[in-house]
Design a protein around this ligand. Structure first.
Ligand SMILES: C[S@@+](CC[C@H](N)C(=O)[O-])C[C@H]1O[C@@H](n2cnc3c(N)ncnc32)[C@H](O)[C@@H]1O
Length: 343
């Protein structure tokens, strides 16, 4: 039973996160050279007040779920205060390089030594203009700060919206018998939340980036319950119908259309009948028509080669094409949580 003190502790922690990352966002805007306005038509955009109200509503929904006992309040995830500060410094030191790329430098430079390691071409790019793409320890150390700054402290809360549909599906199941997978787990933020909520589940995270997987291991710690494996989402290293649960956050918008469809087909292949899929990713056009302009603007300001294609598609249609039955969708601030089942 959640107490008033639990509520206060949740509110203080989330408010502190938002203030910290919103401060980075505001400072970053002062340091960055303004980008030229887009020379193409964009849809409607929300006001700052509307965005803030919606972000508040996201935290309120999470708190209501915690208070209702659906899942525990999130543990503080992440580095100690000194490391937190070091990452903040790393972030600001890297900003000039990011800004130079935004203003015209190529988006496919990669760190030395990783040119011929067999990774797919679509993957070997500086997504978001970030230094080293997905391919260095430095990038892995910067990533969480970059994402939280972009979402002003709400990125983890958006990922955690995956927990509510999992709770509902878990009714009558023993978590210790559930085998789950996070596809494109990156630095392990969603995996860590799943492990925190259901420590008995046998989880695996796969990703193509060894440095991101190392970062995920540091975050989650050594535990036999969470395996991390270097693998491609489009060729999952699992037998047919061998998993109960598949989650993924912020992967699908980074993939070319054909690879995205292969990934969803792989998810359908490895799931057991009755298995659950929960995908957290960007809103798509029409999810909030009055915000569509944000989806037009995002790839203009960040290197997101496949985003326009992603936002003009339909997660529900893609799931159906892959043999997964869409069950529900929640709009969670700037993301959508798509829930589907393998029949
Ligand atoms: C935007 S990040 C999302 C990471 C994490 N899920 C999160 O919520 O922050 C995309 C991740 O997908 C990984 N990735 C991209 N393409 C992949 C592929 N084909 N197979 C496996 N991982 C991939 C990248 O290495 C990166 O860690």
């Amino acid at each position: 039973m959640a107490t008033a003190l639990d509520r206060l502790s949740y509110a203080v922690r989330q408010t502190a996160r938002v203030a910290w990352y919103a401060g980075h966002y505001a400072a970053g805007r002062r340091l960055l050279k303004p980008m030229p306005k887009p020379d193409f038509a964009i849809g409607p955009t929300p006001s700052r007040a509307e965005l803030t109200a919606d972000m508040r509503a996201l935290f309120e929904r999470e708190w209501q779920d915690i208070a209702a006992g659906l899942f525990p309040a999130p543990r503080a995830l992440g580095p100690e205060p000194a490391e937190f500060l070091r990452r903040s410094l790393l972030y600001f030191r890297d900003l000039p390089q990011v800004d130079a790329r935004r203003h015209g430098a190529a988006g496919d430079e990669l760190p030395p030594g990783t040119q011929a390691d067999g990774l797919p071409d679509y993957y070997r790019q500086n997504f978001h203009f970030q230094s080293d793409g997905w391919l260095s320890d430095n990038s892995a150390a910067l990533y969480d700060t970059q994402v939280e700054v972009l979402f002003t402290g709400a990125a983890d809360a958006m990922r955690r919206r995956a927990l509510a549909p999992i709770t509902a599906w878990l009714q009558g199941r023993n978590q210790r018998e559930v085998r789950g997978l996070d596809v494109g787990c990156g630095t392990g933020r969603l995996l860590a939340s799943l492990h925190g909520a259901w420590p008995g589940m046998k989880l695996t995270g796969i990703d193509l980036s060894a440095p991101y997987l190392e970062e995920a291991r540091r975050l989650i710690g050594r535990t036999a319950r969470v395996k991390l494996e270097e693998a491609a989402a489009e060729a999952l290293p699992f037998d047919d119908a061998s998993l109960d649960l598949v989650v993924s956050s912020f992967l699908l918008h980074e993939l070319p259309n054909q690879i995205r469809m292969q990934v969803l087909a792989e998810v359908a292949r490895v799931l057991k009948p009755g298995g659950l899929v929960v995908i957290v990713d960007s809103l798509q056009k029409g999810d909030r028509p009055e915000w569509d302009g944000l989806l037009d603007l995002f790839p203009h300001y960040f290197h997101e080669p496949y985003y326009a294609d992603y936002v003009s598609g339909s997660m529900e249609a893609w799931c159906s094409d892959a043999g997964l039955s869409p069950v529900s969708m929640e709009r969670a601030f700037l993301s959508r949580v798509t829930v589907a089942r393998k029949s």
